[in-house]
Design a protein. Structure first.
Ligand SMILES: NC(=O)C1=CN([C@@H]2O[C@H](COP(=O)(O)OP(=O)(O)OC[C@H]3O[C@@H](n4cnc5c(N)ncnc54)[C@H](OP(=O)(O)O)[C@@H]3O)[C@@H](O)[C@H]2O)C=CC1
Ligand SMILES: CC(=O)N[C@@H](CCC(=O)OP(=O)(O)O)C(=O)O
Length: 313
């Protein structure tokens, strides 16, 4: 039997990339909506209820509408928006979070795909909180460098169709310090408060690096940067998509600079630990359209359907 898969939002950035991944998986049937009917309630409702798995690649409000259209017990939903990420009736689609998370995803019919910046932050910090290294009330901060595809069709169009000089420089945003990923960053990192977080969009299509400074003098346990690298490497040792880079490796450097695009077009997330004296820097590198969105969505589908987790990725 072939599983029927529908992508609501099939012509958006995340939806198109999900279709790319689906085209590499043979034992499924992708059902599509006619382009001019992609916002038609009845047409969407029919396909949503016909499908075994529906990916929602829509703005939050449209995602909520799609969920309200389901009138059967069969359809499994994987939502890429922010709408359900901290909703306790949904499962957070980050299988590497801890041992039980993959099983929860497997048994769930409602899975939310983590936000891209949140993915980078949580995967680097959560093990350190869970292992009692960082106190829960530790005040974290981080910044994330992201390609403009993270902003969807409208930001892509702005970058690709405008010659405005200010688009050539990196641009900070969410300077109200209230980015929409903060609730999930707090909830799934295990910290008592969200990080002080500033994202920065650059003039390139895809690729993300989340950078987190840490001060070990404020930790519960006395550890070095090398200890942190070893702890993270051990935590993720069985995780195919999480690569903790050896301490002191300089393989990440190209002409002396960090290349944040090296995970592009893969579902890998690389964690780097840098250290000097009493200071540590964690960097998570990944593709905002891979592990940061569409790749993660496909990984979740594979888990939910009992397929090989790396299929298509
Ligand atoms: N881009 C990224 O890296 C990431 C995006 N996400 C999330 O995924 C979701 C989709 O984002 P993204 O793909 O970037 O966005 P895009 O703007 O690129 O695409 C959104 C798509 O949804 C369609 N759409 C909008 N409203 C409706 C509606 N009412 N009914 C049906 N279709 C509708 C749009 O139609 P039209 O073609 O007419 O514009 C468009 O094709 C968002 O919630 C976003 O936050 C999550 C992680 C990363
Ligand atoms: C450049 C840019 O605008 N990026 C988006 C991130 C998109 C993403 O991961 O997250 P959501 O699913 O939560 O939209 C942003 O920071 O809002």
């Amino acid at each position: 039997m072939k599983y029927k898969i529908f992508v609501d939002g099939q012509e958006g950035t995340t939806g198109l990339k999900i279709h790319d991944y689906l085209s590499k998986i043979s034992n499924i049937e992708v059902i599509k909506i006619e382009s001019e009917k992609r916002k038609d309630y009845e047409a969407r409702r029919a396909l949503i209820n016909e499908a075994d798995v529906v990916f929602l690649c829509l703005p939050d409000s449209a995602s909520k509408d799609s969920v309200s259209m389901i009138s059967n017990n069969k359809t499994k939903i994987i939502d890429a928006s922010t709408a359900f990420r901290t909703n306790q009736d949904w499962t957070y689609g980050l299988p590497e979070l801890h041992k039980n998370q993959r099983i929860k995803i497997q048994n769930s019919s409602r899975v939310s795909v983590p936000g891209c910046h949140a993915t980078g932050f949580i995967l680097a910090i959560h093990p350190l909180v869970a292992e009692g290294i960082i106190p829960r009330d530790y005040p974290t901060s981080c910044y994330s460098l992201t390609g403009y595809s993270g902003g969807g069709k409208s930001l892509i169009s702005e970058y690709q169709n405008s010659n405005r000089e200010q688009l050539f420089a990196p641009r900070q945003y969410a300077l109200n310090l209230n980015h929409k990923h903060l609730p999930e960053m707090q909830l799934y990192s295990g910290l008592n408060s969200a990080p002080l977080f500033t994202p920065i969009v650059g003039n390139y299509y895809q690729g993300d690096a989340v950078t987190i400074p840490l001060f070990p003098r404020m930790f519960i346990k006395n550890v070095t940067a090398r200890d942190i690298q070893e702890l993270l490497a051990s935590y993720y040792k069985d995780e195919h998509f999480i690569r903790v880079i050896p301490y002191d490796s300089e393989a990440y450097l190209e002409d002396g600079f960090f290349n944040l695009m090296q995970c592009n077009n893969t579902n890998y997330l690389d964690i780097f630990v840098f250290g000097h004296k009493d200071e540590i820097l964690l960097v998570s590198r990944f593709d905002n359209l891979g592990k940061g969105a569409s790749g993660a969505a496909i990984q979740n589908m594979n888990i939910m359907l009992g397929l090989d987790e790396g299929l298509g990725l």
